[in-house]
Design a protein around this ligand. Sequence first.
Ligand code: PMP
Length: 336
Amino acid sequence: MRYASHVADLVGATPLVRLTSVTGATADRPAIRATVLAKLEYFNPGGSAKDRIARSIVDAAERDGLLLPGGTIVEATSGNTGVGLALIALQRGYRMVFVVPDKFDGPKVATLRAFGAEVVVTPTSVPPEHPESYYSVAARLAREIPGAFNPNQFANQNGPLGHYRSTGPEIWDDTDGRVTHFVAGIGTGGTISGTGRYLKEVSKGRVRVIGADPEGSLYSGGPVHSYLVEGVGEDFLPDTFDGAVVDGYERVSDAESFAMTRRLAREEGLLVGGSSGMAVVAALRIAEGLGEHDVVVVLLPDHGRGYLDKLYDDDWMTGHGFAVTAAETAHAPIDP
Ligand code: PMP
């Protein structure tokens, strides 16, 4: 019999799938000749790439004596990291408290509650140093709760290390070392820094690493302003981000990100989050200039279930000023 002893043991080993529709010819460019492979992180048991850092951060904390039996995990997270930590906490018997900015209070937070976590909602509209910010509240709770461990995903080097040890080797092995370009969005920077570093080392510097970044984020050079795609871009440089690994950036607008995310669902059957669409827009821009021997791997961080009432909702899209393209609505509605 082949089975896992706990769902938390199923983190990683996510598949690659070739993108075959969005790579076709458009009005602006011919069909892409390079192989574009999407790494589907929603295959992780918690539905996102964050399961990987949850596992590596908790493993290291146990090893270093920072998290003891019966302890409490306290983290500021907008959702995906919380789900990953929740799975590991359930497996190992830890209590969990998550601090979430109110702009993300929705299906993602409902998911955390469903896993039995306690959720503290904080205002989004205050700066990180403000005592009510989600960073500050998480830090205070971590001090006050006995036996608390704060993973601090924006500073903990075991996050990028988790990607260095799992995501990078998986991509290298599954492409038989033929990957030439790696494209990923940047939130904490853990994914791109850890995976990118591994791929550069193992390929002796041959693999190019490209950061996909929302218009409005600091990583690709600002100007910094708000945007709607979730989980990526920052207005500060976290310790978990290693800029030396990144060869270049592609700036992507919310409109481009959401339009591509919806195309991924309709054309490729990939129900993914908005940062996946953003990464694919960047990957296609890179792939446009490449030949048939190039292999572009683009990482799709999470599942689309948390965005059904947002970018997948036509009224939400038009309400935020985004076009719902004619191609999407071309089919006449069925008269019931
Ligand atoms: N996309 C989504 C939906 C995320 O939640 C995150 C994590 N914040 C990212 C992309 C970026 O990953 P990383 O933090 O590893 O840079």
